[in-house]
Design a protein around this ligand. Structure first.
Ligand SMILES: Nc1ncnc2c1ncn2[C@@H]1O[C@H](COP(=O)(O)OP(=O)(O)OP(=O)(O)O)[C@@H](O)[C@H]1O
Ligand SMILES: [Mg+2]
Length: 224
């Protein structure tokens, strides 16, 4: 029996800008079972990143329910959410969100700091993750000293370093050439074969078809 790791039911997210309200996500329901590889596909502005923020507990829905790995997130306070995020999820953000003026190695090691991993092990694991992403010769570079595609691969290394059960990746190949993008998709498949649940967000249906299942988002709504 498969069991849901993501169970979102009737969730909406309305951004309240005072004069206008932006319904970025409307009545969205999504179930992802442990071990699945799902692509969320939709055009720019359709609500993909809004959805990812909710799935990753970085934001809360303004209506509806979200149960993550069996836990209703509305029952968790901010510390509880931070704990769940740190233990369960590896994030690849659309804009990378790397720490500026901080080496690639330190960037990748940071999630392990929040897990209380000792320094020596942190650096060893960060180095291995960067080498896996083909960045063994860029470990001492700061984000401003790396190309966009290299920064994206540092962000992917940072998502993998904690061995998360769930990876949420927002346009992880958006800034990569086709060969490197292909390698990242293969890596995600390898991780998925090892049991890691993958949610990959993309506007590119050629990338989306590589997942086991496709979920389409349009105008804040998940297509049935
Ligand atoms: N913080 C915010 N405040 C107000 N509106 C927002 C905010 N974030 C997103 N929006 C709006 O919500 C809608 C969905 O945005 P979102 O970033 O989720 O789209 P997306 O599908 O990720 O787009 P892209 O492919 O360009 O990254 C858009 O209309 C956007 O303008
Ligand atoms: Mg987005």
């Amino acid at each position: 029996m498969r069991r849901p790791i993501i169970d979102l039911a009737g969730a909406s997210r309305i951004y309240d800008l005072g004069r206008v309200q932006v319904p970025a996500l409307v009545d969205a329901s999504l179930r992802v079972d442990e071990g699945e590889f799902v692509a969320i596909i939709g055009p720019s502005g359709s609500g993909k990143s809004t959805l990812m923020n909710i799935l990753g507990c970085l934001d809360r829905p303004t209506a509806g329910q979200y149960v993550l790995d069996g836990t209703p997130v509305e029952e968790l306070d901010d510390d509880g959410l931070a704990f769940v995020r740190s233990r369960l999820i590896g994030f690849v953000f659309q804009s990378y969100n790397l720490l500026p003026r901080t080496s690639a190695l330190e960037n990748v090691a940071t999630p392990l700091l929040y897990q209380g991993v000792p320094k020596r092990e942190r650096l060893q694991r960060a180095q291995a993750a960067l080498e896996r992403m083909g960045l063994g010769d860029r470990m001492d570079h700061e984000p401003s000293e790396l190309s966009g595609g290299q920064q994206q691969r540092v962000a992917i290394a940072r998502a993998l370093v904690t061995n998360p059960r769930l990876i949420l990746a927002d346009e992880p190949t958006g800034n990569l050439d086709s060969k490197t993008g292909e390698e990242v998709l293969e890596l995600f498949h390898e991780l998925n074969d090892q049991g890691v649940t993958i949610v990959l967000i993309t506007h590119d249906s050629d990338v989306g078809v590589r997942a086991g299942r496709q979920v389409h988002v349009r105008d804040g709504r998940i297509a049935a």
